[in-house]
Ligand binder design. Structure first.
Ligand code: ZN
Length: 254
C-alpha cells in the first residue's frame, strides 16, 4: 500500500505511512471515486508571453514591520502586485490591509505557513479553506492562486487545489537577499537584467532582517524594469496575457 499510489515531488515517495493508515500526500485523497470541483490544476512558474509584463509577488504577510512600507512604495510608484498572504496573519493584522489592496491581488499562502507536501489531503484542505475565508472576508478579494510555502508541492496540494478551483503559482525569479546582502546595486542589476517577459518575481514583506535589502531597493528595481519597457501586472492579469505554449523541448541525456 505504501509503495503504491501517485507520489509527486522529491521526498514524498519515501514518506512513511502514518499510524492512522492515511497516505501523507497522495494526489487522490481516498479509495472512493474522486470528483474534485475542477478536473485539472495549473501549476505556473512564469507565463509564456512576448509582452513585457512582470508580476511582483510578496509572501508571508501581512506583518506590522514591513508590509506598510511595501504598500507605501507600491503606491508611490503606482505598481500593482500580488500578496500571497498567511491566513492567520491576515486575521491578526487586518488593519494593515484595510484600504490598501485596491490595486493589488490577494493570493493564498495557507493558514499557518505549513509545508503542505507533508500533509494529507484533509489537512491541506483545512489550511487552504481557512486562509481563503479569512483573506476573502478581510481584503474583499477572492483568492484564486495558491502558493505552497517553500514552493514545496505534494500530491495532496494538487488534489486540494483541484477541490477549491485554485491554480498553483510558484515563481521564476526571486530576490537573492543573502547573495547580495552587502551589494545592493548588484541585487538591483540581477533582478532588472534577468527578468524575462512573463516572469513572476518572489519577494517577502516579512521575515529575517537580511530580506530588507530587497525591500529597500524596490524603487530602483521598479524603475529599472520600467526603463526596459516592463509593465507591472497582477498574477491573474499576467496569466490572461499567456500566448500559446512553445513547442516541447526535446529531453536530453539519459
Ligand atoms: Zn512563504
Amino acid at each position: 500500500m505504501a509503495a503504491s499510489g501517485l507520489a509527486l515531488g522529491g521526498g514524498i515517495a519515501a514518506a512513511a505511512p502514518r499510524e492512522d493508515g492515511e497516505e501523507p500526500a497522495m494526489a487522490v485523497p481516498d479509495a472512493r471515486p474522486w470528483s474534485p470541483s475542477h478536473g485539472h490544476v495549473d501549476v505556473t512558474w512564469s507565463v509564456d508571453t512576448s509582452q513585457k509584463l512582470v508580476a511582483l509577488t510578496f509572501d508571508d504577510g501581512p506583518m506590522p514591520k514591513w508590509t506598510p512600507m511595501v504598500h507605501d512604495i507600491l503606491d508611490a510608484e503606482r505598481v500593482k502586485a500580488t500578496f500571497f498572504m498567511v491566513g492567520q496573519r491576515v486575521v491578526r493584522n487586518a488593519r494593515l490591509v484595510h484600504g490598501r489592496m485596491d490595486r493589488h491581488e490577494a493570493g493564498n499562502h495557507t493558514w499557518t505557513h505549513v509545508d503542505l507536501a507533508a500533509l494529507p489531503h484533509q489537512d491541506v484542505c483545512r489550511q487552504v479553506r481557512r486562509a481563503h475565508n479569512a483573506i476573502a472576508t478581510i481584503t474583499g478579494k477572492e483568492p484564486r492562486h495558491l502558493r505552497p510555502p517553500f514552493g514545496r508541492l505534494g500530491g495532496a496540494t494538487l488534489s486540494a487545489a483541484g477541490q477549491f478551483g485554485y491554480d498553483l503559482t510558484i515563481w521564476s525569479i526571486k530576490m537573492l537577499e543573502k547573495t547580495y546582502q552587502h551589494d545592493p546595486p548588484q541585487l538591483v542589476d540581477y533582478i532588472v537584467n534577468n527578468t524575462r517577459p512573463g516572469a513572476i518575481v518572489l519577494a517577502h514583506d516579512t521575515g529575517n532582517e537580511d530580506r530588507l535589502v530587497a525591500l529597500r531597493n524596490l524603487v530602483p528595481m521598479i524603475r529599472g524594469l520600467r526603463a526596459r519597457g516592463f509593465e507591472f501586472v497582477t498574477v491573474s492579469e499576467l496569466m490572461m496575457a499567456a500566448g500559446p505554449p512553445p513547442a516541447p523541448v526535446q529531453a536530453r541525456g539519459a
